[in-house]
Design a protein around this ligand. Structure first.
Ligand SMILES: C[S@@+](CC[C@H](N)C(=O)[O-])C[C@H]1O[C@@H](n2cnc3c(N)ncnc32)[C@H](O)[C@@H]1O
Length: 391
């Protein structure tokens, strides 16, 4: 079976598969389906392998990732079928498994033509596919020819979605001076590099970007990448959001998936700097879970899983509400779809300076409804917010 696994790894991971058939049941009693066919399909811009299970009177489809395809095909050939044929762009392979489990693989000239699914992928990304992009090559998202590795396609889509969201904020920024931008909790920094590439290499702006993270090894890695790419105005600093005081003026604050109340610390810094643009995707919010309570909401509160989601939504709503009170216009956007991660709400806030007493009223009533004393975000925002709430 090792030979089959090796062949599958090559054919699937290198996207050579055109079509495959598994047939000849080991035992008639073994399965309710008689054969299984496989072929690549494009689903939401991502290549998956579609399995079709052929039953007596129906067919059932299942779309799997490359990794799951290899596991599934291995187990179908190991447990159910004695024959498999893989039509690939290089060759046709016939896999024969004897009753004793001995494997023979015959290789013949290819008889089918490969359909290029990538031609059907969306073309209007800010960073397009099939055009070499230095930082994406350096971070292993695409190869030297600009071909996005299939395992990195989700990341590639996320990067483009992020830049799309950034592009709508450009008109709010004052580009007459060098822009100071900080990415709090930058992690491995795919999105920080993307931001630099977009603002400097595509739009030609002058910027200083800093990525900050608690993890020293990640910061060292990112500084090495920035230096390899000659991104001279992109620096990574090791530290805690709470303690970062390197800039007096910051134009844009980004904080994507920083954990729990770290997002609140990032929002506090942004507000104190009067940052024109804030982009935040909260993550793993635990704070409110044990603090919210309203007997009317018991049907939702009594189920842990529902209460967890509820407290996440309440946290995001409070954050947005507080930013509105402090003079920001706020939008909640879908960052990437739910299929990939539930942490997908992006808060986009633009400083307008407009104040509306209605949002203060809303905040106070909302807090009262949930029996909340002082959420962390309110505490960290300090005097600036307190004065507004007490007016
Ligand atoms: C889930 S990762 C997200 C990385 C990146 N922003 C992204 O969205 O791909 C969260 C990162 O936030 C960092 N982090 C969490 N709390 C932090 C804090 N208080 N100060 C600095 N970094 C923090 C973690 O070390 C981690 O690398």
């Amino acid at each position: 079976m090792e030979d089959i696994n090796k062949l599958l790894n090559e054919v699937i991971n290198e996207e050579k598969l055109i079509y495959g058939v598994m047939s000849k049941l080991k035992s008639k009693k073994d399965s309710t389906y008689k054969k299984v066919t496989i072929k690549p399909v494009l689903i939401k811009d991502e290549v998956k392998i579609q399995f079709t299970y052929h039953y007596e009177k129906k067919v059932i489809h299942e779309n799997l990732s490359f990794e799951d395809t290899i596991d599934k095909t291995n187990s179908l050939l190991g447990d159910y079928f004695r024959q498999g044929v893989l039509f690939t762009k290089d060759a046709d392979y016939q896999i024969l498994i004897s009753k004793k489990g001995k494997v023979k693989i015959l290789k013949k000239k290819p008889t089918r033509k490969k359909v290029n699914l990538e031609h059907n992928r969306k073309k209007n990304y800010i960073i397009p596919e099939n055009e070499p992009c230095p930082f994406l090559i350096r971070l292993g998202v695409m190869n030297e020819k600009g071909r996005v590795y299939s395992k990195k396609y989700k990341k590639f889509r996320q990067i483009n979605r992020f830049l799309e969201i950034v592009s709508d904020t450009i008109s709010s920024l004052d580009k007459r001076n060098k822009l100071n931008i900080i990415d709090f909790g930058c992690g491995k920094s795919y999105l920080t590099f993307a931001l630099y590439y977009y603002l400097v290499d595509i739009l030609g702006f002058e910027v200083n970007i800093v990525g900050l993270d608690l993890k020293k090894d990640v910061i060292d890695f990112c500084n090495n990448v920035a230096s390899d790419l000659n991104y001279n105005n992109l620096k990574f600093i090791h530290g805690n959001i709470k303690d970062f005081n390197d800039f007096d003026k910051v134009d844009m604050v980004v904080s994507l998936h920083a954990c729990d109340t770290a997002t609140d610390d990032a929002l506090k810094k942004a507000v104190n700097w009067n940052a024109k643009v804030i982009l935040a995707v909260p993550c793993c919010q635990h704070e409110l879970f044990n603090k919210i309570h309203n007997p009317t909401m018991n049907p939702m509160e009594k189920h842990g899983i529902i209460k967890e989601r509820l407290s996440t939504l309440i946290t995001d709503s409070l954050r947005a509400n507080i930013l509105e009170i402090l003079g920001y216009s706020v939008q909640m956007l879908e960052f990437i779809d739910m299929e990939h991660t539930p942490k997908n709400i992006l808060i986009r806030a633009i400083k307008t300076g407009n104040e509306d007493s209605k949002v203060i009223d809303e905040y106070l009533k909302f807090k009262k409804f949930w029996n909340l004393k002082e959420p962390y975000i309110e505490k960290v925002m300090g005097k600036k917010l307190k004065e507004k709430l007490e007016r």
